[in-house]
Design a binder for this molecule. Structure first.
Ligand SMILES: [Zn+2]
Length: 276
């Protein structure tokens, strides 16, 4: 299957190397929203949606002033998933399915641009949204879901995928696309695995933030580490995910390419290839 790597939202927070690990402190860091567009035999599948068209029009209204202040998302209509899909020569109406890692605003904000699509999500995440615990209230941007997405949710994690629990098959989707529960950042956070025919891709979403966290000698800029800890929902699960993903990369790196949603280094490396 042909896979396109899209950055559907650049963020430029303060903090320089404390956030993105590159030289220079007194500059803005760069973070991306790494989405995939998958060409299947029956249509297009979008993995993650970025922040959506309304974020390029009125980012405070769509994303909330607190997030905008902290993350400084660049309001660029050309970066939205729908604009990039058109620029690639596709018809957005052919995006019939969307698979999400979780429902945070920088991952689900683009659902509004594809109201006809079915949205596949891990059931625990939908529960966190519909029936939030005290610490989950206010996390999700209700305005982003007001159009009524066509949810397809999944509870089972019966099968194993490289030692991880895996949800498959997803209704109406080819067996090459599956959800990998990676609870921690949010209660129902999942990775999305895609078998390209030339190896697996695992969009690990926000289960880690920095490429160094899955390296043999793990490392992470302190500002990013602090932010990640603050956003954690399930205590301790984040570090366990790091460990498991690191093991996956070390033991199966030739079969599985793992990336984090917001890591620009990994995005640049993968987006130079339109498919893997
Ligand atoms: Zn995120």
């Amino acid at each position: 299957m042909r896979v396109h790597h899209l950055n559907c939202g650049t963020m430029r927070p303060l903090g320089g190397r404390l956030v993105d690990g590159r030289p220079g402190l007194f500059r803005r860091a760069t973070m991306v929203c790494h989405c995939l567009l998958v060409e299947t035999g029956t249509g297009l599948v979008l993995v993650e949606t970025g922040m959506g068209t309304p974020a390029a029009v009125d980012r405070n209204a769509w994303l909330g002033a607190g997030f905008v202040r902290q993350s400084n998302p660049v309001p660029d209509p050309a970066q939205t998933a729908i604009a990039q899909i058109r620029a690639l020569g596709f018809d957005p109406a052919d995006v019939r399915d969307i698979v999400l890692t979780h429902l945070d605003l920088d991952h689900a904000g683009g659902l509004i641009d594809f109201p006809w699509a079915r949205v596949h999500v891990y059931a625990e995440e939908l529960r966190a949204f519909t029936d939030p615990r005290a610490d989950e209230r206010g996390r999700y941007r209700r305005i982003q879901f007001a159009h009524g997405p066509q949810w397809m949710s999944y509870a089972d994690t019966g099968e194993s995928w490289f030692g991880f629990g895996a949800v498959r098959p997803l209704d109406g989707l080819p067996p090459e696309i599956l959800l990998i529960p990676l609870s921690g950042h949010t209660r129902g956070h999942a990775g999305v695995a895609v078998d390209t025919g030339h190896g697996w891709l695992l969009n690990a979403g926000d289960s880690y933030f920095f490429h160094g966290q899955v390296a043999a000698d793990p490392n992470c800029p302190p500002g990013l580490k602090w932010f990640e800890g603050r956003m954690e929902t399930v205590k301790g699960a984040r570090l366990d995910n790091h460990r498991r993903l690191r093991q996956l990369v070390q033991e199966h790196g030739d079969e599985v390419t793992v990336f984090a949603a917001h890591d620009e280094t990994q995005f640049l490396r993968l987006s130079t290839r339109s498919s893997v």
